[in-house]
Design a protein around this ligand. Sequence first.
Ligand SMILES: Nc1ncnc2c1ncn2[C@@H]1O[C@H](COP(=O)(O)OP(=O)(O)O)[C@@H](O)[C@H]1O
Ligand SMILES: [Mg+2]
Length: 251
Amino acid sequence: MVVTVPAIVAEDLKKQFGELVAVDGVSFTVEAGEVFGFLGPNGAGKTTTMKMIQCVSPKTGGKLEVFGMDVSTHQREIKKLLGVVPQENNLDPDFTAYDNLMVYSRYFDIHRAKAERAIEEFLDFVQLREKKDTLIEQLSGGMKRRLILARALINMPRLLILDEPTIGLDPQARHLIWDKLKSLQSQGITIVLTTHYLEEAARLCDRLVIMDYGKIIVEGTPDELVQEYAGTRSATLEDVFLKLTGKKLRE
Ligand SMILES: Nc1ncnc2c1ncn2[C@@H]1O[C@H](COP(=O)(O)OP(=O)(O)O)[C@@H](O)[C@H]1O
Ligand SMILES: [Mg+2]
């Protein structure tokens, strides 16, 4: 019998910053190979949850395992299996697109020749081959997000974490990223993403949760949530949120 370890198991997971409870006892399981979404307004606790999974922000309560390993004791092993697209564009402005990826590959001790091949492959994948010698400030917002996606793939991750992958992008740039994520999903990579666009979650995710004030307020497939709380696929998070909580989505 083949037993597949879930990509992530969280039970009553908490994060407190002093008095402020940013993540207030969330429980969820992300199965290997699935695309799992965290939808919610600003301040809901999405980024904080992603940072605990990435082992860069220690949890203050509950249980959190990534591929069966405890985040408190196996940071190094877990980080090797992850690719991360953070909410903020944190590319190095002094380097070209290519050199950003090369510098990053050194964190993973990837042999230079292998890194060169991987960089070419992933620049092609995100359609940035012709931008390889371009400085970061000359790239558009969508190109920067795609370059960060390429960077996240350099170490051949089993789990890709994307924090607001298409925030602020125009529809065309957004669609291009969605296509790339679908292609990665079909290759079997587990994907966890946060978004505050219902359409994005509905298109990409197998399952999703909606978070508010550090808690998960609902979990389901996109179709279940849209049917139950929105009526149509063109509904927005605002519509679902109002139906769920009786409140308007705060800014
Ligand atoms: N390093 C930090 N120190 C103190 N408070 C923080 C820190 N990071 C996040 N918070 C707070 O935690 C809450 C959740 O934030 P965050 O996880 O960034 O939400 P989201 O990503 O859903 O917008 C917010 O109230 C935010 O101000
Ligand atoms: Mg965030």
